[in-house]
Design a protein. Structure first.
Length: 252
């Protein structure tokens, strides 16, 4: 993915990594459309930063269809989709009551990106420089005990990215996977100031540097996430699982 000269849609960009990435991309001369559920917040961000906006609920198939028609109609040069929206909920599978959170996580984190990609591929295949950016996690490779369904959906996104890349490359669509470590955002309570989490600005700055250095990158791996991404390859998986979960215990 080239980091300049694009028209980019980022659903899930009203806060956290999505918003920080949208701001960096806009500063590099891209037209950036952000999506979210709250129209009042979208209006505030549009006024503050000059974003184009679209209301979208990525957990709702009808909303995705409506937003896709809106984006493609207003921005026919759109060539990049960043499937950023996601949720992270703690679950305790030893007690009743976890199923609702688990189901919502699957719908938002896995079905949401699948539906987005399905909706935008017919348009993207006609655009030069077309790119789909998926967002997995270091937890796709080294699990956190508190968030089993989140871990599973991010592992699925990793394999989805690997698989559809082979299908979409021949029709001119690049697939790039962002693999964040723990980052200081509100995705999980306590992470905004967690010592082991990467500062948000530092994370997004490193992502932009990596994308600029290698526009053809399959995975965007900041240094901090490599501890999780390659634990099994290195042979220290059990040790890293222990270190990761001990750090999260301290946050909780």
């Amino acid at each position: 993915m080239n980091i300049t000269g694009n028209t980019i849609f980022v659903p899930g960009a009203t806060s956290g990594i999505g918003l920080a990435l949208a701001l960096r991309l806009k500063s590099r001369g891209n037209t950036v459309i952000i999506g979210g559920r709250r129209t009042s917040l979208l209006a505030e961000l549009a006024e503050a930063h000059g974003f184009e906006t679209v209301r979208i609920d990525t957990a709702d198939a009808a909303s995705i269809a409506e937003a896709t028609a809106d984006v493609v109609g207003r921005f026919p040069d759109l060539n990049v989709l960043v499937a950023m929206a996601g949720i992270m909920r703690p679950e305790d599978w030893t007690t009743p009551g976890f199923l609702a959170d688990a189901e919502e996580t699957v719908v938002t984190n896995l079905l949401g990106p699948i539906r987005l990609i399905d909706a935008f591929v017919p348009h993207l295949r006609e655009r030069p420089g077309a790119t789909i950016v998926t967002v997995s996690s270091g937890l796709a490779h080294t699990p956190l005990r508190f968030t089993p369904t989140y871990n599973a959906t991010k592992a699925a996104i990793h394999q989805l990215s690997e698989s559809i890349r082979m299908q979409l490359a021949p029709i001119g669509i690049q697939v790039t996977e962002l693999v964040p470590p723990a980052v200081r955002t509100a995705l999980m309570p306590g992470h905004e100031s967690a010592d082991h989490a990467m500062p948000l600005d530092a994370y997004v700055d490193e992502v932009m540097t990596l994308l600029e250095a290698d526009p053809e990158a399959r995975e965007v791996l900041v240094e901090q996430v490599k501890l999780l991404r390659y634990a099994e390859v290195r042979g220290d998986y059990d040790q890293i699982v222990g270190v990761l979960n001990a750090a999260e215990e301290r946050v909780r």
